[in-house]
Design a protein around this ligand. Structure first.
Ligand code: ATP
Ligand code: MG
Length: 256
């Protein structure tokens, strides 16, 4: 069984079937890019994977075990625990404007630490460990000098790198990105893509929805092409981009 499997996921909004029997799988350390035209269901799929949207049908398997089956009723706590397997970086960064960069990184790990049995006795050390981890991750995304800055004082590219750093703080098993560069000016896109390439080199498992075809081709182990709520084609990036089989992918690539 693969590291992560999406099995037969379907989702409708009212009468609109947005995802129809979506199936794909990936191995640990792989990068899967999801491409496809506007409205094809890419964001909805990522939202289902991150437990932000409830599929009507289907299952997710992670590390060989059933993680979720549609219809299953989960307590808030269980839902949160399952969601913690995934990290999500949105198009619009979604940083907390009232907190500085380092506080944005430390907030969620700090709240989680309070639930640990050793919190009362080791509070100071735990907070120190979280702060040190934030410093390391900020260095990794090239933002050490911005630790005390507020989101409004940063460029879009820097804000997105903070959002990536914040997601990394919780060590998700799979990091998901929804068009991480599409809100950025072209000159800021490169710095974010560079960070994603470094994460791929470090074998962080990632699912990336992107319109950057050259990037998808270069970084991905597998590309999934969605059209009207189905996977119309998937496979090796070189093959998919140089020798598309389905008429829809051919038409999509011709427009890009
Ligand atoms: N909460 C919702 N309620 C109703 N319809 C929705 C909802 N979310 C998405 N949809 C519809 O589902 C379809 C797929 O939307 P989705 O956002 O997943 O597409 P996408 O592939 O991410 O598109 P884009 O490239 O523009 O981001 C669209 O027709 C959209 O209008
Ligand atoms: Mg979208």
């Amino acid at each position: 069984m693969a590291y992560f499997e999406v099995n037969n996921i379907s989702k409708s909004f009212g009468k609109t079937e947005v995802l129809k029997n979506i199936d794909f799988s990936m191995e640990k350390g792989q990068v899967v890019s999801i491409i496809g035209s506007s409205g094809s269901g890419k964001t909805t799929l990522l939202r289902c994977i991150n437990f932000l949207c409830e599929p009507d049908q289907g299952q997710f398997h992670l590390e060989g075990e059933l993680l979720y089956e549609a219809g299953e009723k989960l307590s808030d706590r269980l839902l949160r625990d399952k969601r913690m397997n995934f990290g999500m970086v949105f198009q619009q960064f979604n940083l907390f404007p009232q907190y500085n960069v380092k506080e944005n990184l430390c907030l969620a790990p700090g709240l989680l630490a309070k639930e640990k049995p050793d919190w009362r006795t080791r509070k100071k050390e735990i907070l120190q460990e979280i702060a040190e981890r934030a410093d390391r991750i900020l260095e990794q995304v090239g933002l050490s000098e911005k630790a005390a800055a507020y989101p409004c004082e940063l460029s879009g590219g820097q804000q997105q790198r903070v959002a990536i750093a914040r997601a990394l703080m919780l060590s998700p098993k799979i990091l998901c990105f929804d068009e991480p560069t599409s809100a950025l000016d072209p000159e800021l896109t490169g710095e974010v893509l560079r960070v994603l390439k470094e994460l791929a080199q470090k074998k962080i498992t990632m699912i990336i929805v992107t319109h950057e075809m050259n990037f998808a081709r270069e970084i991905s182990d597998k590309v999934v092409f969605m059209a009207d709520g189905v996977i119309a084609e998937e496979g090796d990036p070189e093959r998919l981009f140089t020798d598309p089989q389905s008429p829809r992918l051919k038409a999509f690539l011709a427009k890009e």
